[in-house]
Design a protein. Sequence first.
Length: 248
Amino acid sequence: MAGHSHWAQIKRKKAAVDAKRGKIFTKLIREIMVAARLGGGDPSGNPRLRAAIQAARAVNMPKENIERAIKKGTGEIAGEAYEEVTYEGYGPGGVAVLIESMTDNKRRTVSELRHIFSKCGGNLAEPGAVAWVFERKGLIVVSREAIGEEELLDLALEAGAEDVREQESEYEVITTPEAFEEVKKALEERVSLISAQVTMVPKTTVRLEDEKSVQQMMRLMDMLEEHDDVQKVYANFDIPDQLMEKVA
């Protein structure tokens, strides 16, 4: 999954730009609202809300914005009614694409997503078409310069991690969702983390090796992630690093 890992690095750089122009604020505010609506406004008893607040603080969202979003979610003040909807599709070469969205108008959202897929050599699929390709896992990324592989492996596995994967410039620590917080805490005591999140990890990958398909796939990912209603996009492409760097 070298190419997929490289895409993750590109996404982290893009996130910094998105934070500056406020786009990421919009997505995080929606997540905070929905988390508060479903699990209550107290982060100590609502893990999803706690994670959303941590993500918001990481991009320097003002405290008053966070508090307002929580109150909108709990109904203390009026706010938009967002609904969580998952969409599935196929990208170029049969790449599986899973989209987590929050929308106040499902008809509009599905129409716009269908249009995006068609422009990028893919198509929107029926529910259940590709969801089976992914499984929810904790994913913690650590720089290879920050710690040795053997030390990281011992530390992560002792804390309850499932696996440690070596990438070109970083390590990926894989956990179950239940063990994520404990493993994250253990690693943070020893090393700075590049990123840490519970995400959807593909069980299998589809390798793209021609430039046109890679360009279409990157355009599809960009357009989906730019869409206001889209919270997260997962895909199971595998692209050689050299080709990924050329296209990116």
